[in-house]
Design a binder for this molecule. Structure first.
Ligand SMILES: [Zn+2]
Length: 249
């Protein structure tokens, strides 16, 4: 199926952590229980299983707007949905290697610092932590992997409760609501790496508790920043008006 084997992230994606040939070509292999068909039942029950040494990193998805895609987590540029309750398997069109290629940009990406993620214009982009395993290439900004599955997702206030609940049911992972746009959260968390790492590596319960405890403060900072931006824009606008009046004399 294309959705299972499609390119989660195209080689020239804007938010790829690894610029291909400049990567540190250190490929590590992780023992992966979920790839054993005998363990499929485990995966079906717990889609983000406790792997021996998965890499946990930040990445973005887009959630669908149209009715038939509202419960899809979609790779931002490739536009392909990640499968639910089974691993996303990276795909590369090159016949010379299987993803992630050392000199290619293929593979499922994730980064340790959420501030290094790039964002598109869609207000339906969401932030999350993904578990990566299988073949992994470590690059300068993060990792590219052959296999991945989301661990949790954070959506902004623009995603309805009903859609969040449907995503959580379908993928079997927590889908949290934030009162702050995800891209703003990513930059706030990047300034406080202890928080970013606690979220990235914490248990579901720890993540939920940390988000609940800190969200009011993140929202306060976001609103303060918005107010300050608006005040600057207002001052600029007044100055332009005044200048026009003076120049018109
Ligand atoms: Zn490739």
């Amino acid at each position: 199926m294309e959705s299972r084997a499609g390119p989660g992230d195209p080689p020239r994606r804007r938010d790829g952590p690894c610029p291909g040939a400049r990567d540190t070509r250190r490929t590590v292999s992780v023992t992966v229980p979920p790839l054993d068909p005998a363990r499929r039942d485990v995966l079906d029950v717990a889609p983000a299983p406790d792997l021996p040494h998965p890499i946990l990193g930040w990445r973005t998805w887009r959630v669908g707007r149209r009715a038939q895609r509202r419960t899809d987590l979609i790779a931002p540029l490739a536009g392909l949905p990640w499968p639910s309750r089974q691993p996303m398997i990276a795909f590369c069109a090159s016949p010379t290697h299987s993803p992630p290629g050392d000199r290619c940009g293929c593979g499922l990406y994730a980064v340790p610092d959420p501030g290094t993620l790039d964002w598109g214009p869609s207000d339906h982009e969401v932030l999350g932590v993904v578990a990566l395993w299988g073949q992994i290439v470590e690059g300068t900004r993060g990792w590219r992997a052959s296999h991945g599955y989301p661990r949790f997702v954070v959506t902004g206030p623009g995603i309805a409760e009903e859609q969040r609940a449907a995503l959580a049911r379908r993928y079997g992972v927590p889908v949290h609501r934030a009162d702050v746009p995800p891209r703003t959260l990513a930059s706030l968390w990047s300034e406080d790496r202890a928080v970013a790492d606690a979220l990235r590596q914490g248990s579901d319960a720890d993540v939920a508790a940390l988000l609940a405890a800190e969200m009011p403060e993140w929202e306060r900072r976001w609103r303060a920043e918005q107010a300050s931006t608006e005040a600057r824009a207002c001052r600029r606008s007044r100055w332009h008006s005044l200048r026009s009046v003076l120049q018109g004399r």
